[in-house]
Design a protein around this ligand. Sequence first.
Ligand code: FPP
Length: 255
Amino acid sequence: MSVSPNRNPQTPAEEGSTSKLPRHVAFIMDGNGRWATARGLPRTEGHRQGLEALRRAIRHAGKVGIEVITIYSFSSENWSRPETEVSFLMGLLRRFVQRDLSELHDANVRIRIIGGRSDLEPGILALLEEAEDLTKNNTGLNLVVAFNYGARAELVRAAQKLSQKVLSGEIRSEDISEAAITDALDTSGLPDPDLIVRTSGEMRLSNFLLWQAAYSEFYFCDQHWPDFDEAAFDEALSCFGSRQRRYGGVDAKAL
Ligand code: FPP
């Protein structure tokens, strides 16, 4: 796959900014199974086509100049799916990293992994860490892969990290601030998602980026993820562009 190198990502849509391009878009790539079932195909075919849609989304994000995309590729709750589907998804992730890594690296994409690592199969963990390591100095699009990810588990890990620091005397309990919690999360150093897109008609967060989504805009569409193409992505971006973000304040024009 080819991704346009995004070498100028430092123009963030910060609070109060008039920039209409989201700095960070997060995707809940839902509906692979339904896409396949509607065509009389096995669910795994939906995931295979979902990977193609993901490649398109990465390419398009690089092209339009988005700084970060986060993809919910496997949740900590997805382990409860049938064993055959879980192992298919693991294989798909392996193939994605093995086949696309060098091209993503050449396109200046930086890969970050969020989610629980301690219970991952060592082979998968090594592959994911290799992808992070190889691309760590890249300065283009940040591709954040949420794998074995659940937001509540992420918050528990952050609370454990901070309580360890208090116990060791490195910080005091009064030092636990919003910034300290943000910093202790897997997403440390990344901007919060400006826009969260969920396909396939479902309207919920499903334990995705609960802390980080405090001021995110939400966009839900009926397409199943394998049908999410460049035009659908542009539609989501255009909808985001028409939103008024007030962060709890009041629109200056209303005063
Ligand atoms: C949700 O659709 C999708 C997933 C749980 C997996 C997402 C995976 C991909 C888009 C492929 C790329 C994958 C990797 C690992 C890089 P669903 O199966 O819940 O669909 P349904 O709600 O219609 O059953």
